[in-house]
Design a protein around this ligand. Structure first.
Ligand code: TRP
Length: 484
C-alpha cells in the first residue's frame, strides 16, 4: 500500500491541478451530450435545472472526492482506506474506490469509441478542406442526406470503427504512460488553452454568422411546464457525467494535489468552468444549427450530423468544421486520460508494476471491451450482453456499458461517498481538508449529509424503476406547475 510521501506523484502546481481537473470534466459530455440533452429535453427548463443540480449535488460531491484523494495521497481505494483509518472507521469503505476504478474503466472503453467518431470527423473536414478550399462552405454541392449519412456510414463499417476506437485509446495510453507531470499535465497545460481559444473563436463566429438570439432564448427561457420528471433525471445524470463524478476519477486527481491547495475554492473553479463550457457549447452550436433551419432536438446526431450540414452554408465552413472537431478531440482526450488514470494508478500501487505496464494492461482490457462496443453498431447489433436483467434487456454492448455506469455505478459511488464523508469520516479531518469556513462549511456539510444522498438515492431508484419514477415525477411536476 502506498502511504503518504512514498513517492506518490504530484501536480507541479495548483494551476496544473486545476487545468487537469477542468480537462477531465470538460469533454464529450459538454460538447456532445449537453447540447443534445438540452435539445431533446426542451431547452430552458433542462438548462436551469441542470445548473441547480451542479450547485446542490455536483459541487458538494466534487469537493468530497478531491478531499478524499488529497488526504489519502494514494490510488482511489487506498485513499479512501487512509481517510477511514484516520477516522477509526472500517477499511472496508475502500470499496468506494474499487467500484469507482472499475466503473472508470468501463466508461473509458465506450468513451474511446465516441472519441473515434471525433477523429473520423477531423479526417472528414481535413479532406473537405482540400476539396472545397478555405473560404466557401463545407461539402461543396453535396446533398444534406449525404452529409447526414456520414455517421451511419461510419457505423456500418466495423473495421473503421474499431480502428478509430483503438487509435483514440492508443493516444490516451501514450500520455498516461508518461506519468502525472510529464504526460497528464502536459495534455492539460498545452491542449486546454488551445481548446479554450478555438472554443471562444467558434462561439464568436456562431454569434455573428448564426442565429444567436434564437439560441439564447431557447436555452435560457425557463418554462415550468417543460420541467417533467424525465427532464429532471436527464439533468442530474448529465451534471454527474459532466463533472466526472461517482467513479473515482476526481479522487485520483485530488490525490496528486498538494497540502496548500484550497480544495473548496478549487472545486468551485472546476465546477464553474465545466458548467460555463457546457452553456457556451450550447451558445456555439445552436445559433449555427438554427441559422440553417435545423431542429434542436436531433439528440446524439446534433453535433455529428446537424452541425456538419449547418457548416455547408457558412463562410469558411470547412475550416470552422475542422477547428470544431479538433477542439472536441482535445477536450475528449483530456477526459479519457483521467478515465484511464484512475485504474492505472490503482493497478500500479496494488501489484507494484511500472506505470507503463499498468497502462498496457488496462489499455488492453479497454481495447477488448471497446472492440465489442464498436461492433455493437454493426456486426453485433443484435447482441444483448445483459439480456437477463430486465432494465438492460434491449441494450447492445455499447448501451450496456453506458447504462450500467450511468444508472448504477455513478449514483451508488456518489451515495457511498456522501455517507462516508458526511457521516463516517472524522469531522476534524474533513474540516481541516475542505478549505471552507463558516456558513459555507455548514452549507456544504448539510448538503453532503442530507440533500445529496437523499437526492442521489431517489435518482438511483428512478434509474432502476423508470416507469414508476415517471408516474411519481409527473405528479410532482403537475403540482409544481400549479404554482408556476
Ligand atoms: N466529464 C467527462 C466529459 O464530460 C467525462 C469523464 C471523464 C467522466 N472522467 C470521468 C465521466 C469520470 C464520469 C466519470 O466528457
Amino acid at each position: 500500500m502506498a502511504a503518504a510521501g512514498s513517492g506518490h506523484e504530484n501536480w507541479s502546481s495548483r494551476s496544473a491541478f486545476i487545468l487537469a481537473a477542468v480537462g477531465s470534466a470538460v469533454g464529450l459530455g459538454n460538447m456532445w451530450r449537453f447540447p443534445a440533452e438540452a435539445g431533446e429535453n426542451g431547452g430552458g427548463a433542462f438548462v436551469l435545472f441542470y445548473i441547480f443540480c451542479v450547485l446542490l449535488i455536483g459541487l458538494p460531491v466534487l469537493l468530497s472526492e478531491v478531499l478524499i484523494g488529497r488526504h489519502g495521497q494514494a490510488s482511489a481505494p487506498d485513499s479512501v482506506r487512509k481517510v477511514a483509518r484516520d477516522s477509526n472507521a472500517s477499511g472496508g469503505w475502500s470499496i468506494i474506490g474499487s467500484l469507482g476504478v472499475f466503473a472508470a474503466f468501463l466508461i473509458l472503453s465506450f468513451y474511446c469509441v465516441v472519441g473515434g467518431w471525433v477523429l473520423y470527423y477531423v479526417g472528414v473536414f481535413v479532406s473537405d478542406l482540400f476539396q472545397t478550399g478555405l473560404t466557401g462552405g463545407a461539402f461543396d454541392g453535396r446533398a444534406a442526406e449525404d452529409i447526414e449519412g456520414l455517421l451511419p456510414g461510419l457505423f456500418g463499417n466495423g473495421g473503421l470503427m474499431v480502428g478509430l476506437n483503438l487509435g483514440f485509446l492508443a493516444v490516451t495510453m501514450f500520455f498516461v504512460a508518461r506519468g502525472v507531470s510529464s504526460g497528464i499535465e502536459w495534455v492539460a497545460v498545452y491542449l486546454m488553452p488551445i481548446f479554450f481559444l478555438l472554443f471562444l473563436g467558434i462561439t464568436i463566429y456562431g454569434a455573428f454568422t448564426g442565429n444567436f438570439s434564437e439560441a439564447v432564448s431557447y436555452l435560457f427561457t425557463f418554462d415550468f411546464s417543460k420541467l417533467t420528471g424525465e427532464v429532471m433525471l436527464a439533468a442530474v445524470g448529465q451534471a454527474f457525467f459532466s463533472l466526472s463524478l461517482g467513479v473515482a476519477g476526481m479522487i485520483t486527481y485530488g490525490s496528486y494535489a498538494n497540502r496548500d491547495t484550497n480544495l473548496g475554492q478549487t472545486s468551485g473553479i472546476i465546477a464553474g468552468a465545466d458548467t460555463g463550457v457546457a452553456l457556451l457549447a450550447g451558445l456555439a452550436i445552436f445559433p449555427i444549427v438554427f441559422a440553417a433551419g435545423l431542429s434542436a432536438s436531433a439528440g446524439p446526431g446534433l453535433m455529428f450530423q446537424s452541425l456538419p450540414i449547418a457548416f455547408q452554408a457558412m463562410p469558411f465552413g470547412s475550416l470552422i468544421g475542422l477547428a470544431f472537431f479538433v477542439m472536441v478531440f482535445f477536450a475528449a482526450l483530456t477526459s479519457s486520460v483521467s478515465l484511464l488514470e484512475a485504474p492505472v494508478a490503482f493497478l500500479k500501487d496494488k501489484v507494484r508494476i511500472s506505470r507503463a505496464m499498468a497502462t498496457i494492461l488496462v489499455g488492453a482490457g479497454a481495447a477488448l471491451l471497446g472492440v465489442l462496443a464498436s461492433l455493437s453498431f454493426n456486426d453485433m447489433a443484435e447482441f444483448y450482453p445483459l439480456s437477463f436483467i430486465p432494465l438492460f434487456a434491449e441494450a447492445n454492448f455499447f448501451d450496456a456499458l453506458d447504462g450500467v455506469t450511468a444508472k448504477l455505478f455513478m449514483p451508488i459511488g456518489a451515495i457511498l461517498t456522501c455517507i462516508f464523508v458526511g457521516w463516517i469520516a472524522d469531522a476534524r479531518l474533513i474540516d481541516d481538508e475542505n478549505g471552507l469556513d463558516g456558513a459555507l462549511h455548514q452549507t456544504w456539510r448539510a448538503l453532503v449529509r442530507y440533500v445529496c444522498p437523499i437526492a442521489l438515492f431517489l435518482i438511483l431508484l428512478a434509474g432502476i424503476f423508470p416507469e414508476t419514477a415517471a408516474i411519481v415525477m409527473e405528479g410532482i411536476a403537475a403540482r409544481f406547475s400549479r404554482f408556476g
